[in-house]
Structure formats: C-alpha cells, structure tokens
Design a protein around this ligand. Structure first.
Ligand SMILES: Nc1ncnc2c1ncn2[C@@H]1O[C@H](COP(=O)(O)OP(=O)(O)OP(=O)(O)O)[C@@H](O)[C@H]1O
Ligand SMILES: [Mg+2]
Length: 318
C-alpha cells in the first residue's frame, strides 16, 4: 500500500502560539484518515499546509510524492479542499458556482455545464440549482461546498469539519456522500471534533491536541484504548446506588462516577451492557435508565490525556 500523503514533523507558529508542534501523519492511497481534535488543536492549520495554502515553519509533507512547498502548484492540481468556512459565492446560484469553478480550472463551457449538472444531481441539489446559494439551508450549503471541491475530479479530498453545525439528518447525508466518494477510490483526509464521525468514516484516526499527535490507530484500536462508549445506569431507588456502582465497576473494570443518581462509566466492550443488565437483574435492582452512548470528545480526551479538552476561543474566519 502506498501513501497518498506523508507529513513529517510539521511545525507552524503564529507569534507565540504553536499551532502545530511536530505533527507526523500518513494517509494510505484510497483510505480515509480522520484527524480528531478539539477547537484550536491545529486541524485546519494542518489541512491548509497539506493543501499548499500555508507554509510550514519546519518539517515536510508530500502529496503523491510531491512536496507541498516546492511542488505546490502540482499538488494543488491533485487535491480538492472543502474548508471549514463556506467558500461558495452566496449571490450566485448552485449552477453558477460550479460553472465558474469549472471554467476557472480550464473546462470548456459544455463540459463545465455537464459536470455542474451531474454534481448537483448527485448531491440532491438539482431542484435548488437555479437559486442563489444564500437561500440554501446549512446542509445544502455544505453539499454545494463539497460539490465545488469535486468539479476537477480530485483523487484526494480534504474535508475540514464537514458536518460541524449540521443537524443529524444532514450529517448522515454528508457521511453517505463521503462513502460514495471513497468507494470511487478517492483518498480522504477529514478533520472532525466528533468521535462518532471519525468512527463512521475513517480507516485510521489520529488524535491531535495542542498541535501534537497524542494517539493514533484504527477506530477499533482507539476505542478499545479509550472507552469510546459511555454507560449510564440510574436505579429506581437511590438506595441501590452502591450496588449499581460495584456492578458497573466490576464489569467495566473501571471506577465509575456518580452524577445525580446516575452511575457513569467508560466502556470498551459491547458485551458490558448485557453483563450489567444480567448482574443487576440477579441482584433484583430495578433500573429507571440504562443507556450506552458514544463517548463525547471530552470523555475521550480525558481518558487519553488525563485532562479535559480545553476550550479555546474560535479563530475568526480569515
Ligand atoms: N492566522 C492565525 N493567526 C494567529 N493564530 C492562529 C491563526 N490560525 C490559527 N491560529 C491558532 O493556531 C491554533 C490552531 O488553530 P487551528 O485553526 O488549526 O485549530 P483547529 O483544530 O482547526 O480548531 P477548530 O476546531 O476551532 O477549527 C489555535 O490556537 C489558533 O488560535
Ligand atoms: Mg479548524
């Protein structure tokens, strides 16, 4: 397997802020790498360097063997980028946006028109094709943004937080689109703040925090290390809390927390849930609530780093 992207020791500083502090990563051709990290971790900075929009202060990166600094022009012809901040022209229609890009990258008017129509159809935007983009919903905007990055049929696609701010249904639609692209052989580097998104789409994940890679592996490896699921049990009778605490602690081999009469623990194996149900049933403990949900970014961070993901103020769009 060859790597489509290789980055070694990427460093980027903004004054006294170290946005990237020696990031290494590799993306196998035809695979999806998920770059997972909280606000300010350095995700957009890394993507912008790999897309040749920003020069690293140190380190190097190649895309299909081409250096992102020295061969920036050729790299740019290989990659499509869907930025965190919408890049479509609001006043133009969906068709006009895609046509303009097609013409900019040198397609004939006829080819550009055909490509625009095809992408709009693929992304369920045909009905809105002749409306100004400013009338689109958030999900439609993201789909148009993604379509815009695909006009030139890139073999490599960067998606910077493609679903942040979308409702659950629009997120799932976006995931379906990404899966279709991957099935067509497109290599994808995707940044996200959501563990479940990385889990759904990525073949491998790197977790970054404060500009450093702090963990990496397949979603399964990462989940087994961090406890990607959170179990919550609320007994009907609060006097049963001690027994629930001991059952959950034993089954999950962890020290659960108690919050407002709910016992909460990180779970690494799916089998934990039936085991807890059985043991509580044996002990004749009635439960009012018993849930297993995907851990939040914060919980993953806590288990990887021992500290919660610090919230840094969002950087304004350039
Ligand atoms: N142009 C800039 N000037 C100064 N500081 C910057 C600039 N761009 C990014 N930074 C800083 O670099 C760090 C990394 O920012 P970056 O945008 O890469 O994070 P991110 O992981 O994409 O975060 P988010 O999830 O909020 O998009 C942050 O501390 C940010 O404040
Ligand atoms: Mg960002």
């Amino acid at each position: 397997m060859t790597n489509a992207i290789v980055a070694e020791g990427l460093v980027k500083r903004y004054g006294s802020t170290v946005a990237l502090d020696g990031v290494d990563l590799a993306v196998r051709t035809g695979s999806v790498l998920g770059v997972l990290g909280p606000n300010g971790a350095g995700k957009t900075t890394a993507v912008r360097i790999l897309a040749t929009l920003l020069r690293p202060d140190a380190g190097r990166a190649t895309v299909h063997g081409l250096d992102v600094v020295k061969d920036a022009h050729r790299v740019r012809s290989l990659v499509g980028l869907t930025g965190q901040y919408a890049s479509v022209d609001e006043t133009l229609t969906g068709t006009e946006n895609l046509l303009m890009i097609g013409r900019l990258i040198g397609m004939s008017r006829k080819d550009a028109r055909a490509r625009a129509a095809r992408l709009l159809a693929d992304f369920s935007l045909s009905d809105a094709a002749e409306r100004a983009a400013k009338t689109y919903s958030g999900g439609m905007r993201r789909r148009l943004d993604l379509a815009a990055s695909l006009v030139g049929r890139p073999r490599l696609l960067y998606l910077d937080e493609p679903t942040t701010g979308l409702d659950p249904r629009a997120r799932i639609e976006m995931w379906e689109i990404v899966r279709t692209l991957v099935a067509d052989g497109v290599t994808v580097l995707l940044t996200t703040q959501y563990l479940d998104e990385a889990d759904q789409l990525a073949d491998e994940i790197v977790v970054i925090d404060h500009g450093k890679v702090i963990a990496g592996g397949t979603p399964a490896e990462l989940k087994s290390r961090t406890g990607a699921q959170t179990l919550a049990v609320r007994p009907v009778d609060p006097r049963d809390l001690p027994i629930v605490l001991s059952v959950v602690g034993e089954v999950t081999r962890s020290t659960p927390e108690v919050d407002d009469n709910v016992v909460i623990a990180q779970v690494t194996e799916a089998a934990a849930l039936p085991a807890v149900v059985r043991r509580l049933d044996d002990a004749e403990v009635e439960v009012a609530e018993l849930t297993l949900r995907t851990s939040t970014m914060d919980e993953v961070f806590l288990s990887l780093t021992g500290h919660r993901a610090e919230l840094t103020p969002e950087v304004a769009a350039p």
